[in-house]
Design a protein around this ligand. Structure first.
Ligand SMILES: CC(C)(COP(=O)(O)OP(=O)(O)OC[C@H]1O[C@@H](n2cnc3c(N)ncnc32)[C@H](O)[C@@H]1OP(=O)(O)O)[C@@H](O)C(=O)NCCC(=O)NCCS
Length: 139
């Protein structure tokens, strides 16, 4: 199956908010509960409220662990799809730097380095008392 990327607002237009809410409720990311909470409880309000964040499903950067291992997307394919979205946006509004941060975990920092992101700093979040490693990449 070829994965497609679709903006959450388009999904709501097509399926209706209640249907999309039920679908998002099945998302699972035990390795990163923040992402699971975001997708289940915040993504719709963030997108429909004040446009603070727009989620693309493929979503926040995390795969859906509710799927069988055989049906899960590979991280580099997920990154390719996310980059395609950014390239389309770049065509419309310009820009060319991707910024992201992640928890200070070797599996995540080595994943982003493999995807050609450069670590440039870190930040401490007083919201959750965690250190986040900051990365950037030109595209
Ligand atoms: C980041 C991600 C897309 C990379 O995908 P991938 O390259 O295909 O790598 P995998 O999913 O196979 O993960 C590699 C290993 O790291 C572990 N891992 C992944 N995310 C982790 C996390 N947040 N915390 C701890 N371990 C994690 C996996 O369990 C796996 O361990 P294993 O080999 O012992 O099974 C994917 O791991 C993911 O969705 N992680 C959860 C969400 C997340 O943390 N996103 C980053 C937000 S900044």
């Amino acid at each position: 199956m070829t994965p497609i990327v679709i903006n959450i607002l388009d999904l709501i237009d097509i399926g209706g908010r209640a249907v999309i809410e039920r679908k998002l409720a099945t998302f699972s990311s035990p390795k990163n509960p923040e992402i699971e909470d975001f997708i289940k409880n915040k993504a719709i309000n963030f997108a429909t409220g004040n446009y603070m964040a727009s989620s693309f499903l493929l979503a926040q950067f995390g795969k859906n662990y509710a799927l069988d291992k055989a049906n899960r997307i590979d991280g580099s394919e997920l990154m390719r799809l996310a980059t395609d979205v950014l390239i389309n946006i770049q065509r419309q509004i310009g820009g060319g730097i991707v910024y992201l941060d992640c928890e200070d975990k070797e599996v995540l920092t080595s994943f982003y380095k493999k995807q050609n992101f450069k670590e440039f700093d870190d930040r401490f979040s007083s919201e959750d008392n965690k250190k986040y490693i900051q990365f950037m990449r030109f595209f």
